[in-house]
Design a protein around this ligand. Structure first.
Ligand code: C2O
Ligand code: CU
Ligand code: CU
Length: 490
C-alpha cells in the first residue's frame, strides 16, 4: 500500500523540492513551511543536496583478523581517503581503515580486544575508547600519541558491562579537527545480560552517528575552530538521508558525534522515542522521550516501533536544537517504511538493575569543577577548567583508588553551553540544577551536558585502574582551546 503522503513526497523530492515533514509536531511549524529559494541574483551553487535524496548507510562491522582463546585482534590503518558524502563530490576524509562513516567493532564483556593501529597520516594520532574502562597505556591520552609511519596496539580488557561506546582521535590540539574529518568509530560492547533481553537485534539494531559539517563550494569539509556555520547535518556520513525500514521495532544507537552542536531529536508525528540506554548501557526502565537532547559525545539507544505505521509512511527525525535555521538543521533523517516483517522483539519493563542514588558508596570528597571559556568575542578564545588552561604536565586532581567522590560541575559562562566528560569511569548524575536528574540521565553516564550557569552533581567511583586520565568539555573545539584537565588515581 502506498500512501498519498509518500507519492506526494516522491514527486516533491523528484522535483528537487524539500519535503514537508508529515504531521510536524508543535514547535515544528517553522520547518513545516519552507520558502522556495528567493528569486534574484544567483548564489554560488550549494553542493548540499535537497533533504532525503541519499540513502543512509549502515556502518561496516569489522571482522577480527584473528580470534584466539579469549582475545579478538584487529589491525587498522589510519589513513586519508575520499568519500562521496555529497552526491557527485569527492571529499577528503580521515578514516579508520578507509571507512567513512567509521567502522563498528563488536566486543563482549570479559573478552579482550586488541587493536593495532598503523598511523598512515602525516600527523601524530592517539586513539581513545570513549566510555571505556581502559588501562592508562591504552586510553589514548592526548599526549600519548604515536608518530606517522608507526603502529600502536591498544588493549581493551572489556571489564565492564555492555555499553554503546565509540572510539575517536585524541591527539592534543588536533582531536577536534581529526574527529571532524572522520576519525570516529563505533564500539558496541555487549554482555550476557543484554543478550538475554528480547530487544531488536541484528539488522534491526542500527548504529547512527549524527554530526554536522560545513562544506565549501567544491564539496570539501571546511574546518575552522568554533565555526558556527556547520549547518549540514550528517547521519552516518550522509546529508539528511532517508533510511528504509520494515514495519517493526528497531533499536537505533544514537551518538552525537558533532564537535559543538547539541541535538534535540524528535519524531515528526509527535510519537515519543523510547529511550532504553544511555552512555553506560541500558537504563533501568525504558523512558518515553518526546524530545531527546544529546550533547556531543553522548549516546542514547532508542527503540522505534514502525509497526504502528502503514507501509509507505515517511517519518522524519527532526532536530530543534540551537545553531542554525530550521530549514537548515531542522531535519536529521527520514525513515521510510517500505515493507512488513515479523517482529519477535519486545522492550521489557525492567532492563537492568542499578543501585539507587541513596545506596551509592559514601563519598570521601566533594569537589567543585568550573568550566568556562572566553566569551567576549576575542579571535582566539581560550577554554579553562577551574580557571586554568590544560597543561599536560600538571595533575589537577588526585583521587584515591577505590574511593567515591562528588563532583559538582559548574558552567560559569553566561551564554556558551558546555558538557563534561571523564575518561575511565561511568558516573551517576545525581542532580541537575539542584533537583534530581531526570529518567534519561538516571543510568550510567560518561558525558553530561552543562548549560550556561548550570551545575550538575555527579557521583563517581574510581575503582577501575590507577593512573592519569583526562576530563574535559566534549565540545571538542573547546577541549582543543584548553578546557581539559588531568586526574590521577593513586
Ligand atoms: Cu570522547 Cu576525551 O573523549
Ligand atoms: Cu573519553
Ligand atoms: Cu565547552
Amino acid at each position: 500500500m502506498i500512501s498519498r503522503r509518500s507519492v506526494l513526497g516522491g514527486a516533491l523530492a523528484a522535483a528537487g523540492l524539500p519535503l514537508l515533514a508529515p504531521g510536524s509536531p508543535a514547535g515544528g511549524e517553522a520547518h513545516a513551511v519552507e520558502a522556495l529559494p528567493p528569486a534574484g541574483p544567483r548564489r554560488a551553487p550549494d553542493p548540499v543536496p535537497a533533504a532525503f535524496t541519499t540513502a543512509m548507510p549502515v556502518p561496516r562491522v569489522l571482522r577480527p583478523l584473528a580470534s584466539t582463546g579469549d582475545v579478538d585482534c584487529y589491525e587498522l590503518t589510519i589513513r586519508k581517503t575520499t568519500a562521496e558524502i555529497l552526491p557527485g563530490f569527492s571529499t577528503d576524509v580521515l578514516t579508520y581503515d578507509g571507512h567513512f562513516p567509521g567502522p563498528v567493532i563488536h566486543a563482549r564483556s570479559g573478552r579482550r580486544v586488541l587493536v593495532r593501529h598503523r598511523n598512515g597520516l602525516q600527523m601524530p594520532v592517539a586513539v581513545h575508547l570513549h566510555g571505556g574502562m581502559v588501562p592508562p597505556a591504552s586510553d589514548g591520552n592526548p599526549m600519548d600519541v604515536f608518530a606517522p609511519g608507526t603502529s600502536r596496539t591498544y588493549s581493551y580488557t572489556n571489564r565492564q558491562p555492555h555499553a554503546s561506546l565509540w572510539f575517536h582521535d585524541h591527539a592534543h590540539h588536533m582531536e577536534s579537527e581529526h574527529v571532524y574529518r572522520g576519525l570516529s568509530g563505533t564500539y558496541l560492547l555487549t554482555d550476557d545480560l543484554e543478550q538475554s533481553l528480547p530487544l531488536p537485534k541484528g539488522q534491526y539494531d542500527v548504529p547512527i552517528t549524527l554530526r554536522d559539517a560545513r562544506f565549501d563550494e567544491k564539496g570539501r569539509l571546511a574546518y575552522t575552530m568554533a565555526d558556527r556555520n556547520r549547518t549540514t547535518l550528517l547521519a552516518n556520513g550522509r546529508p539528511t538521508p532517508y533510511f528504509q525500514v520494515a514495519a517493526r521495532k528497531y533499536r537505533f544507537r544514537l551518538l552525537n558525534g558533532a564537535n559543538l552542536r547539541i541535538l534535540a531529536l524528535a519524531l515528526s508525528d509527535g510519537t515519543p522515542l523510547t529511550q532504553i540506554a544511555s552512555d553506560g548501557g541500558l537504563l533501568e526502565r525504558p523512558v518515553a522521550v518526546p524530545v531527546l537532547t544529546l550533547s556531543p559525545g553522548e549516546r542514547a539507544d532508542v527503540v522505534v516501533d514502525f509497526s504502528r505505521y502503514p507501509v509507505g509512511t515517511r517519518l522524519v527525525l527532526t532536530n530543534s536544537g540551537p545553531g542554525g535555521k530550521p530549514e537548515q538543521v531542522g531535519k536529521v533523517l527520514r525513515f521510510d517504511v517500505v515493507r512488513t516483517a515479523e517482529d519477535p522483539s519486545s522492550v521489557p519493563r525492567v532492563l537492568r538493575h542499578l543501585p539507587p542514588a541513596s545506596a551509592l558508596a559514601a563519598p570521601a570528597v566533594t569537589r567543585r569543577i568550573e568550566l568556562s571559556m572566553d566569551e567576549d568575542g576575542r579571535p582566539d578564545p581560550r577554554g579553562f577548567v577551574n580557571g586554568r588552561l590544560y597543561d599536560p604536565d600538571r595533575v589537577d586532581t588526585t583521587v584515591d583508588f577505590g574511593s567515591s567522590e562528588i563532583w559538582n560541575v559548574v558552567n560559569t559562562n553566561k551564554r556558551v553551553a558546555h558538557n563534561f566528560h571523564m575518561h575511565l569511569v561511568q558516573f551517576r548524575v545525581l542532580e541537575r540544577g539542584g533537583v534530581p536528574a531526570g529518567p534519561t540521565e538516571a543510568g550510567l553516564k560518561d558525558t553530561v551536558r552543562v548549560m550556561p550557569g548550570e551545575t550538575v552533581k555527579l557521583h563517581v567511583t574510581f575503582d577501575g585502574f590507577r593512573g592519569d586520565y583526562v576530563y574535559h568539555c566534549h565540545m571538542l573545539d573547546h577541549s582543543a582551546m584548553g578546557m581539559m584537565a588531568t586526574f590521577r588515581v593513586r
